[in-house]
Write a protein that binds this ligand. Structure first.
Ligand SMILES: Cc1cc2nc3c(=O)[nH]c(=O)nc-3n(C[C@H](O)[C@H](O)[C@H](O)COP(=O)(O)OP(=O)(O)OC[C@H]3O[C@@H](n4cnc5c(N)ncnc54)[C@H](O)[C@@H]3O)c2cc1C
Length: 341
């Protein structure tokens, strides 16, 4: 488990990861895009930025891409003559942001994990659980360096306008919440979706629907102890009830075997190199090894009762709601005057 996750492999995220690695921490950068950006928003570095990159030994790799050294610049339109500054680099360095980012990325110990957009974050006493690229990453800390446009908000209180979204996706977010928090998040998804909008969730489920309450509690307790996250999976029926109670109609329910920590799935998800890296980490870190083995034991013990469940629910179209109103009105009418409508 890394000490820190960084969301975003722009210059901010990459330099943050670089600095944290220099301080001796294990860092993993999660990046939404599949490939490094080739287009550059920024085209020049200010003297102080050049000083920092030089101090960190990063300037040499950047310098061969420099196209200009500009002796002057401006701050909000106020002209600046760099010759007046007490600096080794009295100029703006003309270099594309993509080259600066690539130079920093090349010096990271752990490669950036790409196609891994952060979609949900939960925090507890042990740290953070971050959903990205189809799995949940745990770490002590998360740094959000995902650019200027992202809203960071509570999933139960997003601040988004009512009926402003067509699709809301919750990836392994609800399982870790209490019953009350689950309901609040589903209600919020319902609020921000337009009529006809879809809510897709992918969660940990329990089988069968008739599973006794004390078995459910035992599974939840053992999961919480072994994975150190307060996991509260529910039966498939309970998941669908949660959604319908908030006003959704169920469109599709899919199940798949729970394959977490199964060797074949680890290789499929991480590749041979990634799997070997995990094995080396487990062999060299007894605490991590014990924890992973405890998790695996729990998953195996409850193999028959655990399932992955994916549900797509839809906010009913307004037309359907009107139909219901008319039906209710007819019933009231019948009781009122006895007419046969
Ligand atoms: C038009 C324009 C011109 C500019 N010109 C200059 C200039 O000349 N000089 C200058 O110094 N600066 C300039 N800037 C500013 C500079 O480009 C930004 O300050 C810089 O890009 C900020 O870096 P960043 O890493 O914070 O964000 P970004 O460069 O935006 O990087 C954010 C990264 O996070 C990733 N990401 C987003 N969401 C997620 C998610 N959910 N999960 C995982 N990853 C995610 C993105 O794919 C991206 O790679 C300009 C900016 C603009 C828009």
């Amino acid at each position: 488990m890394p000490d820190v996750l960084v969301a975003g492999a722009g210059p901010t995220g990459l330099l943050t990861a670089f600095e944290l690695e220099r301080a001796g921490l294990d860092v993993l950068v999660l990046e939404r895009d599949a490939r490094p950006a080739t287009q550059s928003k920024a085209l020049a570095l200010q003297p102080r930025s050049v000083e920092v990159l030089a101090d960190r030994g990063l300037l040499a790799a950047i310098e061969r891409h420099v196209v200009a050294r500009l002796p002057g610049g401006h701050f909000s339109g106020i002209p600046i003559d760099y010759a007046d500054l007490p600096t080794r680099f009295p100029y703006q360095l003309g270099v594309e942001q993509a080259h600066v980012a690539a130079a920093i990325e090349a010096r990271l110990r752990t490669p950036v994990l790409r196609s891994a957009a952060v979609t949900a974050v939960t925090q507890d006493d042990a740290g953070v659980a971050v959903a990205a690229g189809g799995r949940v990453h745990r770490a002590g800390w998360l740094v959000a360096a995902d650019g200027g446009r992202t809203i960071v908000a509570d999933a139960a209180d997003t601040g988004l306008d009512a009926q402003s979204a067509d699709v809301v996706v919750g990836e392994a977010l609800l399982t870790m919440q209490s019953d009350r928090a689950k309901k609040a998040i589903v209600d919020e998804a319902h609020r921000i979706l337009r009529p006809g909008g879809r809510y897709a969730i992918h969660e940990l489920g329990l089988l069968p629907d008739s599973l006794p309450q004390d078995t459910k509690e035992a599974i939840r307790r053992d999961l919480a102890q072994s994975i150190k996250v307060n996991a509260r999976p529910m039966t498939v029926q309970e998941w669908t009830d949660l959604l319908t109670e908030s006003g959704f109609e169920i469109e599709n329910v899919d199940r798949a075997p729970m394959a977490l920590l199964r060797p074949a799935r680890v290789i499929a998800d991480e590749g041979i190199i990634g799997t070997l890296r995990i094995l080396v980490n487990l062999l060299t870190r007894p605490a991590a090894r014990n924890r992973v083995l405890a998790m695996r034991r729990t998953f195996r013990t409850y193999r028959d009762a655990l399932t992955a469940v994916a549900i797509v629910a839809v906010v009913p179209q307004q037309g359907q709601a009107v139909t219901l109103d008319v039906h209710q009105a007819v019933v009231v009418d019948r009781r009122g005057d006895g007419d046969d409508h």
